[in-house]
Design a protein around this ligand. Sequence first.
Ligand code: 13P
Ligand code: SF4
Length: 365
Amino acid sequence: MTMMNSIGFTTDRNETEAKRRADMAARGFPMLDMPNLEFTPEVAEATQHLYERVKDVVPAIEWPFHAPYVKAINDLKKVRNAVILAHNYMTPEIYHCVADIVGDSLQLAREAAAVDAKVIVQGGVHFMAETSKLMNPDKIVLMPDMKAGCSLAESITPEDVRGLRARYPGVPIVTYVNTSAAVKAECDICCTSSNAVKVVESLGAPRVLLIPDEYLAKYVATKTDVEILTWKGHCEVHERFTGKELHAYREDDPAVRIIAHPECPPDVIAEADFTGSTAHMIDWVKKNAPEKVVLVTECSMADNVAAETPGVHFVRPCNLCPHMKRITLPKILDSLVYMRSEVTIDPAVIAPARAAVERMVNLKN
Ligand code: 13P
Ligand code: SF4
C-alpha cells in the first residue's frame, strides 16, 4: 500500500530513494548530508575571489545567498571527483563561479569526450547531458533538473526521422545536436550551430536533410550550394525575436552592433552584423569590443560576457530560456550531495547515437 508521510512523499517513493542512495554508496559514493549554508565570515573570505569575477553583473546584495552554495559545490566537486560542464546560457554565478568547463554545444561535446573525472554534472539541458553520457558511457552524468528540456529536441521523434528516410531515400540526414539520443541514433551525423555548414559540405551530397531547426537550416542554405531540406522545429527562445524590433534599435543608434544566433528567424539574421554560435558570438564581442552591442540570444549570455568585457555596453532585448533557467546553484548542490538525477540512455541507441556525434567531433577543422 502507498501512504503519504509527514513531508508529503509516498512511502514507496522514500523506499525507492533510499535504495537509489544505497546503490550509489555501493558504487563508491557515500551518502552525505546537506552542508551548512550560512553566509559566515569564512564563506565570505573563501569566495571573495569568485565574487570579484561577477561583481559587475551580480548585485552585492545577492552574493550572501549564492556564496554558501558556491563554496559547498566547489568543496563537494573534490569529494565526488566531479566536474561541472556549463553551457554559455548558465547564470553568471554558475558560469563564472562553479563551472569547470564552459562553452557552446560543440565545445561541451568535445570537452565531454576528454573529461577525466568520475562524475559530470551538466549545467545545461537534457540533450546536452545525453551527449555527455554518449561520450562517457562509463561515467555518471547528473542532471540537476530532469525537466530541463528544449523545444527543438521536443519537435522531432525517431519515428519522424524514419519517415523522412522513407520519403527521401539516399538523402543523408544531419541532426542538430539539440535532439534526443534516440533521434541522433537514426541520423548519419550530428552538427551544432558552429559547424553546420562544414558538416553539411563534408557529406559530398547534392541534397541534405538538416533537422529539426528550420531557421538554422535556412541560414545554412544561404552559406552553401548544397540543397537543404528541413523540418519545422523552432527554438522557443530565438523565434520570438523580430527583425522589426532590431531595426528599431539600429534606427535609435546606428552605431549599435547586432549579433545573432542562427536559431533566429531569417528577418532577424538579415538585420545582424554577425551570426554565429554562442561561442562565436562571445569571440566576436571580445575581438571587436564594440561600444554598444545587442546579443540576440538568451539573456545570461550577455551577463556572462559583460562580466569579462567591462568596456562594452550590452543593449537588451534578450529572451530567457525557461529550460536553461531550471538549473540553479541549489539544484547543482542537491545533485552532488545526493548523486541525482542520473542520466541513462537506452542501450540500443547508444552506439548509433554516439557514432553520429563522433563523426562530427572527428571532422577536421
Ligand atoms: P550553441 O551554444 O551551440 O550556439 O547553442 C545554442 C543553444 O540554443 C543551445 O541550446
Ligand atoms: Fe532549446 Fe532554445 Fe532553450 Fe537552447 S535556448 S535549450 S535551443 S529552447
